[in-house]
Design a protein around this ligand. Structure first.
Ligand code: GUN
Length: 285
């Protein structure tokens, strides 16, 4: 059996057009959703990411501001900028691009962002809201994965999901989202004794490690759904995920490609969160 592809570009297109419609509705009431993207330093990958985020906003009719600062910016000056954006009524979402230069405490900066504008979902208040099932912003990458499962009508109740990776940005929130939908969830990581024994039990596998070929065909139960969060380069310099795509697609029921899978969904969910922040602001929430 060859797995069906879950196309992140097609799903993104659909979700972004819904964002554009909702943004237009808000605009007609005099409120344009606004995202501030803050970049400190000249990390080349970060420059590409922030450009893509700003362009995606423009394409969906959201207002966006890109603030670029020199790598020598002090932590105090950055905190002052975040404070100003917290108090700016034209800005509904604030994203401080990571990584930050080493002299800046990234966690301190994240905690300075108002949870009402934390569209990355990285604030402790956002993490706590996710953990307790309260309203709040969900981190964009795992949120995008949930939308991909929803797009194929996948019922998680009673299924076994294995998340490979335990980062605060993907692995841990992913596990909580799957749990909220009544899956039985196992989190695996670099110290897991027998990864294959775990993944072979899984109906859903999310690979979020940042290393090629973490998941190979012999580790996958026939028909399983495989979501690949990885973004790596192979020996030829081509973009690839954490999953051995060619092998696993012959065993899995559904699989996300890299590129064109989870990647575009991350920015899409940033747009969704920003729109949501603006809609809540419009309600005076
Ligand atoms: N750096 C890489 N990915 C991200 C992201 O999703 N948000 C932020 N703020 N920084 C990042």
């Amino acid at each position: 059996m060859t797995a069906a592809l879950i196309d992140g570009n097609a799903l993104s297109k659909q979700l972004r057009s819904e964002v554009a419609q909702r943004a237009a509705a808000l605009k007609s009431r005099g409120l344009t959703p606004g995202l501030a993207v803050v970049l400190v330093g000249d990390n080349p990958a970060s420059q590409v990411y922030v450009r893509n985020k700003v362009k995606a906003c423009e394409d969906s009719g959201l207002h966006s501001v890109l603030e670029k600062y020199d790598a020598s910016m002090s932590e105090a000056d950055l905190l002052a900028r975040v404070d100003a954006l917290n108090n700016d009524p034209a800005i509904h979402g604030i994203l401080v691009q990571l990584p930050l230069p080493a002299h800046i405490d990234a966690q301190k900066v994240i905690e300075a962002i108002s949870p009402l504008k934390d569209v990355d979902g990285f604030h402790i208040a956002s993490a706590g809201a996710l953990m307790t099932g309260m309203p709040g912003f969900w981190p964009c990458t795992p949120y995008g994965c949930m939308k991909m499962l929803e797009s194929i009508g996948y019922e998680l109740k009673g299924k076994h999901a294995v998340v490979i990776g335990r980062s605060n940005i993907v692995g841990k929130p992913m596990a909580l989202m799957l749990l909220q939908k009544d899956a039985t969830v196992t989190i695996c990581h670099s110290r897991t004794a027998d990864l294959k024994a775990q993944t072979l039990q899984a109906d859903v596998i999310v690979a979020a490690v940042g290393r090629r070929n973490v998941l190979t065909a012999d580790m996958v139960k026939p028909g399983a759904v495989v979501l690949d969060v990885g973004m790596n380069r192979n020996d030829e310099g081509k973009l690839c995920g954490d999953v051995d795509f060619d092998g696993v697609r012959e065993v899995a029921g559904h699989i996300t490609p890299v590129p064109g899978g989870v990647g575009p969904m991350t920015i899409t969910m940033l747009l969704v969160n920003t729109l949501e922040a603006a809609e809540r602001a419009a309600l005076g929430a």
